[in-house]
Write a protein that binds this ligand. Structure first.
Ligand code: CP
Length: 312
């Protein structure tokens, strides 16, 4: 595998899940695979889980991780072609990506969307510029439209915790005070399409995700109805896709409660705002598997890095 930038890079999700479970059972088995190899983790945005779990995954493979907060610490990077660089950007992506490629065997990038310019966000300007101008494999640590390390993690977690051969999984929109990206939800949808699950999405009117991604997934605007017989409820806020980046609804009714969850397991990518997205009674109960889910970030990342290292 050359790059891991989308859930579509997973050829067989069941085989990937099985591989990830083996890695989890023996995380240091391949500790020599990445010896003398370096991974550069470039963050244009904040992170706790992705930053630490990807470093941990690299260390488990014997790699040397180097990390940079690009937005805060590097020169401002220009992505426009032919731009007269007499503004705030001091270095072009053509040089930046080529130079980092001299130091690293793999480059991983986090770059969130603007949530203002839909066309620019959907072009995946930053991620695709690294793919174009770097000479080493690229890993997506959450881009404008996808979070494939999270999506793979979520698939592993559902497989681990499912008591049925075909569980019912609900992706539910939940309230938030800020306009958030669609990346986690998009990758979760794509991951569920690859799994043998009964999958539905619950969201308020005006919050349908990109229909090119949701495809024929049932979208239900009544959360209570959607949650009936659910085995897993995955909560996530996202801003409107059609009315791009806007907050149309803050109705607290959509917060996940213990009563609505019933016997389902609760999932969230984290970080999560308590008593806005989900009430304490859920997060503090055995119904919540968010900590186990976050733990699986390491093994998802380790599987991806292992697959790339095997091709170097
Ligand atoms: N879920 C996730 O990507 O967490 P961070 O933003 O903390 O990396």
């Amino acid at each position: 595998m050359n790059n891991y930038t989308s859930i579509n890079d997973i050829d067989n999700i069941n085989s990937w899940i099985a591989d990830a479970k083996q890695i989890k059972a023996n995380p240091l088995k391949d500790v020599r695979l990445g010896l003398n190899k370096t991974i550069g983790l470039l963050f244009f945005n904040s992170s706790l889980r992705t930053r630490l779990s990807t470093q941990k995954a690299a260390l488990n493979l014997g790699m040397n991780p180097i990390v940079m907060n690009v937005s805060g610490d590097a020169w401002g990077i220009e992505f426009g072609d032919g731009t007269i660089m007499n503004g705030n950007t001091a270095e072009h992506i053509k040089e930046a990506a080529a130079v980092v490629s001299q130091y690293c065997d793999i480059i991983a990038v986090r770059a969130f969307p603007t949530l203002i310019d839909k066309a620019k966000d959907e072009s995946e300007l930053v991620l695709n510029a690294f793919k174009k101008y770097a000479s080493v494999p690229i890993v997506n640590m959450e881009s404008a439209t996808g979070h494939p390390l999270q999506g793979l993690t979520d698939a592993i977690t559902i497989s681990e915790h499912s008591k049925k051969t075909r569980p019912k999984v609900v992706l539910s929109w939940a309230p938030h005070i800020k306009a958030l990206p669609h990346a986690v939800a998009n990758s979760f949808v794509q991951a569920m399409h690859k799994m043998d699950v009964e999958f539905v999405i619950a969201n308020p009117i005006g919050y349908n995700l990109n229909k090119d991604i949701t495809s024929n997934t049932p979208i239900i605007h009544n959360q209570t109805e959607a949650f009936k017989n659910a085995d897993f409820v995955y909560a996530k806020n996202w801003s409107s896709y059609d009315d791009y980046g806007q907050i149309l609804n803050t109705d607290p009714y959509w917060m996940i409660t213990k009563e609505k969850l019933n016997t389902a397991k609760f999932m969230h990518c984290l970080p999560v705002r308590r008593n806005v997205v989900v009430e304490d009674a859920v997060l503090d109960s055995d119904s919540s598997i968010v900590i186990q889910q976050a733990n699986n970030r390491t093994y998802a990342a380790q599987l991806v890095l292992k697959k790339i290292l095997e091709t170097l």
